[in-house]
Ligand binder design. Structure first.
Ligand SMILES: [Zn+2]
Length: 228
């Protein structure tokens, strides 16, 4: 029987940037991968949160998320509607409860989520909430890993605590192209090189993480905790 994997990201595209190659590998190896995105995306681009104003964009990003998930072989994707880049205005417990509910339904063996030292506030809150929801004896997961998000993990420069330091590497040599393709579907999130969220920079990061681990291409993770 394959493993059950749960990926928990703050924004649509974090799942691809953080672990798209690893998702594709899990799927190819017969594991079922579920994705949960907690914030709606986009509404931070206006001065005040206005879902009506971003209605078209939100519908589009939902479609892009579904297309990216299908490309990577994801079993299910669930988009929640916490406010984009304003999750610091939400009670942490409310975020924890939403994750706990999904965790009880999916019962994942492995969880991937954000790193606690990211510059982006939503990333930090999701990381906190996931570690809380999957505290030992509560969540079913055997292992929780933190991924890095280009343009957030490296842009905190250590000001949010210990910076991302990968100690778990997944060989994505065969799936890196799928990751880049999935990333290309999120047209509103893509940037031109040298932005870290450009195709060139994401490929370069895969090479860098690969070379750290004696692999062609890899995604790096930091183990939060595991038990066997
Ligand atoms: Zn994000």
């Amino acid at each position: 029987v394959g493993k059950t994997v749960l990926v928990i990201g703050a924004h649509p595209d974090d799942e691809v940037l953080g672990c798209g190659g690893t998702i594709a590998r899990h799927a190819e190896e017969g594991d079922s991968v579920h994705v949960m995105i907690l914030s709606e995306g986009l509404t931070a681009r206006d001065i005040q949160r206005d879902r009506a104003r971003q209605k078209k964009g939100l519908r589009l990003i939902g479609k892009q998320a579904a297309a990216a998930a299908a490309l990577l072989g994801v079993t299910s994707i669930k988009l929640s509607a916490f406010p984009d880049n304003r999750m610091d205005g939400v009670d942490l417990l409310d975020v924890v409860k939403v994750i706990e509910k999904e965790a009880a339904r999916i019962r994942p063996d492995v969880v991937y989520t954000h790193h606690w030292g990211d510059l982006n506030v939503d990333h930090r809150i999701v990381s906190d909430a996931v570690v809380t929801a999957f505290r030992p004896g509560m969540g079913p997961a055997n292992a929780v890993y933190a991924f890095e998000i280009p343009s957030s993990s490296e842009w905190s420069f250590g000001t949010k605590g210990a910076p991302f330091m990968p100690n778990h590497f997944v060989d994505i040599t065969r799936t890196v192209d799928k990751k880049l393709q999935a990333m290309g579907l999120y047209t509103s999130e893509l940037r031109e090189y040298p932005h870290p969220r450009s195709q060139e920079a994401v490929r370069a990061l895969a090479m860098r993480r690969g070379s750290q681990a004696g692999l062609d291409m890899a995604e790096g993770f930091q183990l939060v905790r595991s038990m066997v």
